[in-house]
Design a protein around this ligand. Sequence first.
Ligand SMILES: Cc1cc2nc3c(=O)[nH]c(=O)nc-3n(C[C@H](O)[C@H](O)[C@H](O)COP(=O)(O)OP(=O)(O)OC[C@H]3O[C@@H](n4cnc5c(N)ncnc54)[C@H](O)[C@@H]3O)c2cc1C
Length: 377
Amino acid sequence: MKQYDYLIVGAGLFGASFAWRARQAGKTCLVIDRREHAGGNIYCEEIESIHVHRYGAHIFHTNNEQLWRFVNSLVPFNRYTNSPLANYRGELYNLPFNMNTFHQMWRVCTPAEALVKLEEQRAAARRRLAEQGVDEPRNLEEQALLLIGRDIYEKLIKGYTEKQWGRDCTELPAFIIRRLPVRMVFDNNYFNDAFQGIPIGGYNLLVDKLLEGCEVRLGVDYFTHRTELDNLAEKIVYTGEIDRFYDYRFGRLQWRTVRFDTEVMSMSNYQGNAVVNYTERDVPYTRIIEHKHFECFGADVDKNPHTVISREYSTEWQPGMEPYYPVNDEYNQDIADRYKQLADQETNIIFGGRLAEYKYYDMAPTMEKAFSIKIGG
Ligand SMILES: Cc1cc2nc3c(=O)[nH]c(=O)nc-3n(C[C@H](O)[C@H](O)[C@H](O)COP(=O)(O)OP(=O)(O)OC[C@H]3O[C@@H](n4cnc5c(N)ncnc54)[C@H](O)[C@@H]3O)c2cc1C
């Protein structure tokens, strides 16, 4: 008999959710993380009494009512609704593209007027391709012009996308933008899900609740103490990078990353909204996040004389940097599939979460996936 039923490598949302389920089933868990804090990428750092999303802005959203009730039973969530703005050379536009955006762009007031403008611009893009004898869009720029027309493309898509990818839109493949949903109503709510919000008091409270009753050791890298740790538990749940687990034998998986430049400001309200995208190419950052607006509303915003903002810079990933987004190309998918084949053969190790599966997961699907794993008898 080993000391624990499960060794859980990674105290992120996947590891913590699995730990909660295992505890409910009466299992003992040792959870380790190489970072000095639990929570993985949803961890919040407190600065000037504001919960700062250290690894990028996180908004919980789901259509799963049962999951929504569950997370609220651990920590009540607030009524935050994600409604980002775009700033193009000082002009402000609502996102996602909806009647407010069309009014700001063209001064149109009704859906019928907006559709006429959209169709005019789409037709111009179709004509231009036809004149060149082109049937299918050859790059992201041509695709976007067909879907949404020149005005929105140039002001709200082009510069932002080029900063994100570090390349001109004419050099990016068309498939990156398959659809550009437009809403013919005045609705700035970014998500279509029925439920969204932020835990009152921040995400750390949610993670602490999920980990209740487990032993948690922080600042411990699995690979530094692998044999010793393996001997402590019957089964392992591994949520770290899969290529590292197998000593990079098929090569390194690549990622896209973001650099955050966080600043404390001596003012109560910097931009009046949690998320503002900067859509012109000359501004080096893609977004500014003002963290207090995730949890503080109305007149309460001015009660704290400070605010904290993070400028986000899309950065080329190098080994050693934070891995944020998997690169969905053939080269990386092929390597990931080869690692997955090895992982599928393991009998005592469960691989889960964004790093081990080399897959982007929002928070709700991460929890659903962790809860779906059968706890051993
Ligand atoms: C910039 C950004 C913004 C996002 N915004 C949203 C959002 O608004 N809404 C939403 O629903 N989702 C969002 N997500 C997704 C969300 O972050 C993920 O769903 C969630 O973090 C996945 O949890 P995880 O446990 O799989 O991974 P992680 O949070 O990365 O946790 C993995 C943990 O494993 C630890 N670990 C790895 N290797 C080892 C090792 N060798 N030894 C010990 N510990 C190890 C790591 O330190 C880490 O703490 C966003 C993601 C990014 C990148």
